[in-house]
Design a binder for this molecule. Sequence first.
Ligand SMILES: C[S@@+](CC[C@H](N)C(=O)[O-])C[C@H]1O[C@@H](n2cnc3c(N)ncnc32)[C@H](O)[C@@H]1O
Length: 275
Amino acid sequence: MDYIEYIFKVKPLQPGTEILIAELGYAGFESFVETENGVKAYIQKAEWDNAILDGINCLASKEFKIEYIFSEIAQINWNEEWERNFNPIEVDGKCTVRAPFHTKKSFQYEIVIEPKMSFGTGHHETTFMMLQFILENDFQNKTVLDMGCGTAVLAILASMRGASKLDAIDIDEWCFENSMENIQRNDCENISVYLGDAFLLEDKSYDVIIANINRNILLNDMEAYKNSLNKGGALYLSGFYRDDLPIITECCNNLQLQFVENKEKNNWVAAKFIL
Ligand SMILES: C[S@@+](CC[C@H](N)C(=O)[O-])C[C@H]1O[C@@H](n2cnc3c(N)ncnc32)[C@H](O)[C@@H]1O
């Protein structure tokens, strides 16, 4: 099958990348990978319609800009494509996140993810820092929510760290399906996956909530997270920049969530709060 390969450059990466990938998925693009040159996305030549680009161009806003280049390519070998773009990652010498085609490595926690999408492979700073938080903190016998689960990589590590029961929620259908596959692949039977958003949280309660989404959604849904957090519970947030930490902290403080600590990597932040 012949494909057209697009490379989209989005600035800044969030929320641009997330919104772009969702739109590309709706438009018929099949798979995405975030590279140094931008988000690579592929669409079958037969599926291509120039109107798709009008939709993509409409996405660009005051908040982010999108540029793209494209080329036609024949017969993609997907495994080779992923192998070129996706190397295993290692977190603090304890955890590795790899694809099924990588050779097995000896780590305390080994997570195998089919890298069908860019978010949730551990390469992004926010995922990496959230994995660090999960490695550093106690998850033994805790009930956990992974909000905006992507590939469910965070829920999978929390399950491996001893969490008793976990819910993983994502608004995106593709993430929902990919999470189910990855959970099965990593034998984490105590994780349930749901398609939806904070509206699903009514009547639910957790010892720990993990949410790596973006500034605006976190601010919008913070009250729902707080209402679903047990007293003494921990909330780990990421998906926002250093400059946004004060507004996130203020929003949390207004809801009696106390700041504990934060991590920072390339301007991205992950922060821990307790109730
Ligand atoms: C930055 S990715 C994080 C993925 C993964 N948790 C990780 O740490 O790599 C954010 C995810 O949140 C999902 N998302 C966006 N808005 C959401 C919402 N309102 N409720 C739940 N999930 C949402 C997106 O589909 C995306 O998969």
